[in-house]
Unconditional design. Sequence first.
Length: 77
Amino acid sequence: MKGDRVEIVVDVGDGSRNYEIVATRAGRRVEVHIARGVVEVTEVTRTGVAVRTARFMAGRVLALVEHPVEGGQSGEE
């Protein structure tokens, strides 16, 4: 859903750095996969095609916060 976003805080040695991945268009969503020491955050279209991907070493990730879109698909208008 447009507005889905994930915030990632990464340790860069002398401090931390914030990254934000946002679903930029209607119908897109943000997915998070954690495997083999890598955190992968991907913006995906309705058909499952990856539009943009960010990868971080899991050992360096300090925080990962998912912010779903407010209201969701409740069917209310």
